[in-house]
Every structure is written in structure tokens, then in C-alpha cells.
Write a protein that binds this ligand. Structure first.
Ligand code: RP5
Length: 316
């Protein structure tokens, strides 16, 4: 094994420990992205033109490591290129020279600041992924160049048996969280979503949880009132679990996902623990899942769950 590879392996190991032992994880501590280098770009797999990423070996992910052969394709999904309200102009198009977004700042209502500090702009005038090469240029399915901000609610309760007693494993209480099955790829995930321009994170969290896990888009006004009564208390106080880059398969060299994940714990099991959940909007399934080291979740959500288990002193 080359010394660099060995070093990256050790870094990876030490990052896993950091996820277990620390609070907020800094950019340098975080593991190198893996899902952001998936060989075929999401939602192009079964099309006539699958978009294949340029292969980036682990040791070539950091920009500072020379990779002269690096020649990734450019891809921006047609839905993004059409420029709906949630997408930016094509900064690579010379006609848009005067419309360059205000990088690294609040650009009108659009937050172009990264949770991880200043990002660089490359010689073509595009933001550079702070976590390194992904094998693809352009924006892919992401609307914004640079950071695309999301928020993730981690709603938890203690697992109980039929008698109501909290279940334990290896001497620790078992916690459960609400997971949704994503419509785009069937993977289980946190019921998160994109932060709308000008929106505060807590509003996104409540909205997305309602739409994806409680199907509020289909609810009657009376049902919505009831849901709000129950969720107001729960969402009044949350604990921040993570804020930063997400290893999302949609990321590119010039556009990436970032999130703020917050935990809302129903300690007594008498509030959200008793809700009737129903998948809606971008979700096709919803269920309580045990917090457990064998979980497989979308993007880097499993890391957030590991941190949540630690914060709750729950079994993992
Ligand atoms: C992930 O994508 C975030 O952590 C969040 O869960 C999700 C937001 O994107 P959509 O679910 O709106 O596609 O990176």
C-alpha cells in the first residue's frame, strides 16, 4: 500500500472515531466522500445516456493532490438547465457574464455561504467542491452552484415492548427514529428537504417532516390543525447534531449538498411516538427504525444517526 493510501486509510479510520466521539465534525476531520463518486450519476442509470463519472481513486480526491489525467464530463440535468425558480443561471454561458451569483455570501435571499467556511472559485468561474473531486463537472440534479442547503429532522423515541417497558441492548436503551423511503431511489433516509430561499432551517424541518412523514399535503385543514398541535411542542426544542457537507450521490465538482440535522426526542413516548405516520410528497414509505450500527441509509445520514445515538446515550 502506498504511503498516501495508508495515510488516507488511517484518516478514514480516525474520522469514523470522530463521528462517534465528537460533536460537530470539521471539514478536515470528515471522511473522504464516497457516494459523491458513485460510478453512474443518479436518475441517468436507466436512460439512453447514462452519465458516467470520471473514476477518482481515493488518494486523488483532494484537489491538492495532482491528477493530470483528470478530465471529468460536464452534466447538468435538463430539469435544472430549464432554470426553474430554484435553479441558478448557467454561469458557464458567456451571455450570463453579468449575472454571476455572489459567492460565499447571502445573495439576496439565496444563502451561498457554506457551513464549512469559504469555498474556492475555479478558473472557469465555478465553485470548487470543498471535499475534492467527484468525477463530474456541472450541477447535475442540483439547482445551485456551490452549496445547496437542506435541513434534516431526526425525530426519535425510546423503543418499548408491549408492556411499555423501554427495550435495552448491551446495557443501553434502544432508540428509534422516523425514516422515509425516498421516491427517487427507494433508499431509506431522514425526512429532510431543501431550504427554500429566505427560509429559516426550523421552518424547513417542520415543513419537510409534515409533508414526507405525515402527508400534510393531502390532509384536511382540520387534520393539519391537529398535527400542528402535537408537533408544536416537539419541534419547540431540538438539539443540533450536524451542520456541514453531505456525501450525497448528486454532488459534483461544482455543486454539493449541505445540511443542518436536528434531533427532536420524545422522551416520554407520549407525543410524536403515538402519531399515525403516512408517507407523502417525495416519500413512498415511512417507519420507525432502530438506531443500530448496521443501518444503511441515503447519503451520509447513517453518520448523523451514530452521533444521535451518542447524544442520547442509546445503544448503537
Ligand atoms: C440530503 O438530501 C440531505 O441530507 C437531505 O436529506 C436531502 C435533501 O434533498 P431532497 O430530499 O429534497 O431531494 O443530502
Amino acid at each position: 500500500m502506498s504511503p498516501l493510501r495508508h495515510c488516507l486509510r488511517s484518516l478514514h479510520k480516525c474520522c469514523r472515531l470522530d463521528w462517534c466521539s465528537g460533536g460537530r465534525v470539521s471539514m478536515t476531520q470528515q471522511c473522504i466522500h464516497v457516494k459523491a463518486r458513485c460510478p453512474v450519476y443518479p436518475r441517468t442509470e436507466n436512460t439512453e445516456n447514462p452519465i458516467k463519472r470520471f473514476e477518482v481513486p481515493d488518494d486523488k480526491v483532494p484537489w491538492k493532490v495532482a491528477f493530470p489525467k483528470y478530465d471529468p464530463p460536464v452534466y447538468t440535468a435538463p430539469s435544472v438547465a430549464k432554470q426553474p425558480v430554484w435553479a441558478d443561471v448557467d454561469v458557464l454561458n458567456k451571455d450570463n457574464k453579468n449575472k454571476t451569483p455572489k459567492w460565499n455570501s447571502l445573495d439576496g435571499k439565496i444563502n451561498r455561504k457554506s457551513h464549512e467556511g469559504r469555498y474556492e472559485i475555479n478558473s472557469c468561474g465555478c465553485p470548487k467542491n470543498p471535499h475534492g473531486r467527484t468525477g463530474l463537472k456541472g450541477r447535475g440534479l442540483l439547482g445551485r452552484w456551490g452549496p445547496n442547503h437542506a435541513a434534516d429532522p431526526i425525530v426519535t423515541r425510546w423503543k418499548r415492548d408491549e408492556s411499555g417497558k423501554v427495550v435495552e441492548k448491551d446495557g443501553k436503551k434502544v432508540a428509534q427514529f422516523i425514516a422515509v423511503q425516498r421516491r427517487d431511489n427507494n433508499e431509506w433516509a431522514l425526512p429532510g428537504g431543501m431550504v427554500d430561499a429566505g427560509e429559516v432551517i426550523t421552518t424547513t424541518i417542520r415543513r419537510e417532516f409534515g409533508e414526507e412523514a405525515l402527508n400534510t399535503l393531502q390532509a384536511t385543514p382540520e387534520e393539519i390543525k391537529q398535527i400542528e398541535q402535537h408537533t408544536n411542542e416537539l419541534f419547540a426544542k431540538g438539539t443540533e447534531i450536524y451542520r456541514g457537507y453531505v456525501d450525497d450521490p448528486r454532488n459534483t465538482d461544482n455543486a454539493w449538498m449541505e445540511t443542518c440535522a436536528m434531533n427532536f426526542h420524545d422522551q416520554q413516548g407520549d407525543s410524536v411516538a403515538k402519531f399515525k405516520f403516512c408517507a407523502g410528497d417525495d416519500a413512498v414509505g415511512v417507519q420507525w427504525l432502530d438506531l443500530d450500527g448496521s443501518l444503511q441509509l441515503y447519503a451520509s445520514h447513517v453518520n448523523f444517526m451514530m452521533e444521535t445515538a451518542k447524544k442520547l446515550n442509546a445503544s448503537w
